[in-house]
Ligand binder design. Structure first.
Ligand code: NAP
Length: 318
C-alpha cells in the first residue's frame, strides 16, 4: 500500500481507503462484512470511512465495524484511522439532521457509542445544509477536537465558497481542516475545477468518494443490469434512470481505452484518480474481497501517457 500525507498535516492515509456506506449494514451477511474489514486491514487499508447513517438500517455499519474492531482487530486500534460523519437525516425531529451544534454533538455521542471507540480519528460535517451558519458548524468541529473526541476534523460536500469560509475559521483557531471529501470520478470532475485549488491554499487533503460512480465505471451496466448489482438491490442510490445513453456512451468509450491499456475499466478509473497529486486517498466501496483485490491493482497501474489523458478529457469533458 502507498501512503500519502494528508494536506499539510502529519497524518498519512493509505492511497485506498475502505468506505462502509453500503454492504456493511445489519441486513448484510456479518461474516462477509467481517472478512472485508479484516481483509482490508491485512492489505494495508488502514482508513475506514463511516457515517452515522450508514447501513441499512442507519447506524448498523458503525455497530458492525465496532464489533469487528473489538473482536477481530483487537490490539490494532492505534494502527487504524476510524472516520465518521454527521449531517444527513438520522433520527426524527428537528435535531436528527443538518449541521447545527445540537445535531452534530448528539450524533457524535451516538456514533462513539455504536462503534465503541473512545474517539474518532477523523470526524466530518457530512454536508453543508444550506441553513446553519458555517461558523456554528465549524466551531462545533473545533470544540470536538479540543474535547479529544476526534483527533482531526473535515468537511464533505460544501460549496467551494463555504469550504473556504470553514478553512479560514479553522486556520485562525489553529485546528486546521484536515480533509475535504467529495464525489470525484471520471463521470464527475467538478472538484478539479472547484475545490482542488482552495484545498491547496489551505493545506487541506482531499478524499474522493464514489470513485467508480457507484459501479457505473466498472462497465457492468453496459449490457443490462446484473442481478447482484447496486441498481438491482433497489436501495435507491443508483437507479436505472441514472444509466442514460450519454453516460453509457462515455463508459463504452472509456472501456475501449482501458482495453487498449490492457486493464479493466474499474482499474483504469481508479488509477486515473490516484494519478492526481491533489488526491490524498480514494475511498472504495466493495461488496466482496474479490472486488477489493481487483481495485487494489490500480495501485500498480501503468502511468497515463499525454495522449491517453487527452483522450480521457475528450470523452469525459463533453
Ligand atoms: N461523503 C459522502 O457524502 C459520501 C457519499 C457517498 C459515498 N461516500 C463514501 O465513499 C465510499 C465509496 O462510495 P461508493 O460505494 O459509491 O464507491 P464506488 O466505488 O463508486 O462504488 C462501489 C460499488 O461499485 C461496485 N464495484 C466496486 N468495485 C467493483 C469492481 N471491481 N467490479 C465491478 N463492480 C465493482 C460495487 O457495487 P455492486 O453492488 O454493483 O457490485 C460497489 O459496491 C462509501 O462507502 C462511503 O464511505 C461518502
Amino acid at each position: 500500500m502507498k501512503y500519502h500525507f494528508c494536506g499539510h498535516s502529519g497524518l498519512q492515509l493509505p492511497a485506498m481507503s475502505l468506505g462502509l456506506w453500503q454492504n456493511f449494514g445489519g441486513t448484510d451477511d456479518f461474516r462477509t462484512v467481517s472478512e472485508m474489514i479484516t481483509g482490508a486491514f491485512d492489505r494495508g487499508i488502514t482508513h475506514f470511512d463511516l457515517a452515522n447513517n450508514y447501513g441499512p438500517p442507519p447506524g448498523s455499519a458503525e455497530v458492525n465495524f465496532g464489533k469487528v474492531l473489538t473482536k477481530e482487530l483487537k490490539g490494532h486500534r492505534d494502527e487504524i484511522i476510524v472516520a465518521s460523519k454527521a449531517g444527513h437525516r438520522m433520527w426524527e425531529g428537528h435535531y436528527g439532521d443538518g449541521a447545527s451544534r445540537k445535531s452534530i454533538i448528539a450524533s457524535l455521542h451516538q456514533s462513539l457509542k455504536r462503534t465503541g471507540v473512545d474517539y474518532f480519528d477523523i470526524f466530518y460535517s457530512h454536508r453543508y445544509d444550506g441553513q446553519t451558519p458555517v461558523e456554528e458548524t465549524v466551531q462545533t468541529l473545533i470544540d470536538i477536537v479540543r474535547q479529544g473526541k476526534a483527533l482531526y476534523v473535515g468537511i464533505s460536500k460544501y460549496p467551494v465558497q463555504k469550504a473556504e469560509e470553514a478553512y479560514r475559521i479553522m486556520q485562525a483557531q489553529h485546528v486546521p481542516c484536515l480533509i475535504y471529501q467529495d464525489r470525484y470520478n471520471l463521470l464527475n470532475r467538478t472538484p478539479e475545477e472547484q475545490h482542488f485549488a482552495c484545498n491547496k491554499r489551505y493545506g487541506t487533503g482531499f478524499v474522493a468518494f464514489s470513485p467508480l460512480a457507484q459501479g457505473l465505471l466498472s462497465g457492468k451496466y453496459l449490457n443490462g443490469i446484473p442481478d447482484t448489482s447496486r441498481v438491482r438491490k433497489g436501495l435507491g442510490y443508483l437507479q436505472t434512470k441514472d444509466i442514460t445513453p450519454e453516460t453509457q456512451a462515455k463508459v463504452a468509450a472509456l472501456q475501449s481505452l482501458a482495453q487498449q491499456r490492457g486493464q479493466p475499466l474499474a482499474e483504469m478509473s481508479l488509477a486515473w484518480l490516484l494519478s492526481h497529486e491533489e488526491v490524498t486517498s480514494v475511498i472504495i466501496g466493495v461488496g466482496s474481497l474479490q472486488q477489493m483485490d481487483m481495485n487494489l491493482k490500480a495501485l500498480d497501474s501503468p502511468a497515463f501517457s499525454e495522449e491517453e489523458r487527452r483522450r480521457i478529457d475528450e470523452i469525459t469533458r463533453t
